[in-house]
Design a protein around this ligand. Structure first.
Ligand code: GLC
Length: 438
């Protein structure tokens, strides 16, 4: 069973990462740059995957992976006690980590809603916990001045119409109606929401795995790289027009079939883009939702900091995920790691937040740019202690180690800037040098 589980998760990951999303590019719906600024300045967010699947401890794909009967899976609802849930505690963890925004799963592919919805009673209010978890999280986030993000999966495995939209058109239309209704609810009932993080609303996901039924041809695979061309459509422009009407300044992810306000990379970074982008990944373990071994799989601090710095130097954001335990508590080992990232950010935050990407070189690290400063993030000290940076039109006044303000020798000329005698005395993961302009 375990082997099968991992194979299917692997399959999901391959699909998730290889799919070439066929997105509608309509720039009229894009947020103007000024409204994207807070998001681009924020740099670091906390992703939370939580739902019925958490109870089973095999990740958020467990229902699909183990081909569970829909009604059997739904019985988990009666075990959804979530005794230690506290929206405030989740927000406190994000604060501790130095995150400026959060994204929490309101409804994942299994179809169970963590919020009060009129669409169906398959939701947390109708389970033993009797709470609107999303409402509580939003309330706590607002109190703490944390930007509020909602993850929502248009696709729902309970609908045959998702798998075979041609054959089960009525089911597909019902699933679509659920999406429109619930997105409307989420963006109407909780005041201002800052991010709508769709997942799996692209056409490529329809007819999952590319398996299609066509009356004349019978069954055939269209290939992962081929767009779905059937009659069903999520109508991404229509739903996002509705979203803009309800929440004019909300930042929208690209996974609804419309290009979105930012590009999403999942798990692996696939190159710098001119568009705002976000890399999302999980702090450890094979899945996004809780797994029994999650506590022992937490990424080390070194990896976390390098990832954050690599992304920020290339002008993106990092959305780091945790999957709370069935009782709603985040694994202490994960909290500890997040706290350590927070400690790094409380020392070096000015070199991360509110900056723009500079250059990045896998050999040594990269730079971030602020108004009157440039930050050099040395992730690997060159053997000769020298870093060469490209020419800069602005004149440098000083170069100092941020850790103690001690000076660094620099030479600025038309051909570039060289920093010399760099030493990482305290063996810091990221040795940050601040270059101040005249
Ligand atoms: C994928 C997975 C999903 C996870 C998401 C996070 O789309 O299907 O389980 O929520 O990625 O990026």
């Amino acid at each position: 069973m375990k082997r099968k589980f991992y194979l299917i998760v692997l399959f999901a990951v391959i699909i998730g990462t290889n799919i070439q999303s066929q997105t509608v590019s309509d720039s009229t719906l894009l947020l103007p740059q000024k409204d994207m600024q807070w998001w681009r300045d924020a740099k670091f967010g906390l992703f939370i995957h939580f739902g019925l699947y958490s109870i089973l401890g095999e990740g958020e794909w467990v229902m699909f992976a183990q081909q569970m009967d829909i009604d059997e899976y739904a019985k988990l609802k009666d075990k959804f006690t979530v005794d230690k849930f506290s929206g405030k505690k989740w927000v406190d963890v994000a604060k501790l980590a130095g995150c400026k925004y959060m994204v929490v799963t309101a409804r994942h592919h299994d179809g169970f809603s963590l919020f009060d919805t009129k669409f169906s009673d398959y939701n947390s209010i109708n389970s033993p916990v009797k709470k609107d978890l999303i409402g509580e999280y939003i309330e706590a986030a607002r109190q703490a001045n944390m930007k509020i993000g909602i993850y929502y999966s248009p696709l729902d495995w309970r609908y045959p119409g998702f798998f075979f939209p041609e054959m089960y058109r009525t089911s597909a239309e019902k699933m679509k109606n659920q999406t429109y209704t619930q997105v409307r609810e989420l963006l109407t009932n909780y005041g201002k929401v800052d991010i709508l993080w769709y997942d799996g609303g692209e056409d490529n996901w329809l007819g999952f795995g590319g398996l299609m039924w066509d009356g004349s041809k019978g069954w055939h695979t269209r290939g992962y790289d081929k767009p779905y061309t059937g009659k069903f459509s999520w109508e991404p422009l229509k739903i996002n027009k509705m979203v803009r009407d309800l929440q004019p300044k909300i930042v929208i992810s690209q996974r609804s079939g419309w290009m979105g306000d930012f590009t999403t990379y999942e798990n692996s970074f696939r190159g710098r883009t001119k568009r705002p982008f976000e890399l999302c990944t999980t702090i450890g373990g094979p899945a996004w939702g809780w797994t029994t071994d999650a506590a022992s799989k937490v990424m080390n601090l070194d990896t976390c900091i390098r990832l954050l710095v690599m992304v920020v130097c290339q002008d993106g954001n990092l959305l780091l995920n945790v999957g709370p335990k069935p009782d709603g508590e985040i694994e202490p080992e994960q909290v500890q790691r997040l706290k350590e990232i927070g400690e790094f950010l409380s020392k070096y935050g000015e070199s991360i937040y509110n900056t723009r990407g500079g250059i990045y070189d896998a050999k040594w690290g990269g730079t971030t740019l602020a108004n009157n400063a440039m930050y050099v993030h040395v992730l690997k000290t060159p053997l000769d202690g020298t870093i060469q940076l490209p020419p800069d039109t602005k004149k440098i006044a000083s170069a100092t180690y941020m850790r103690d303000n001690s000076k660094i020798i620099f030479v600025q000329s038309d051909t570039g800037i060289s920093l010399t005698n760099i030493v990482n005395k305290q063996n810091e993961i990221d040795l940050v040098i601040k270059i101040t302009y005249k």
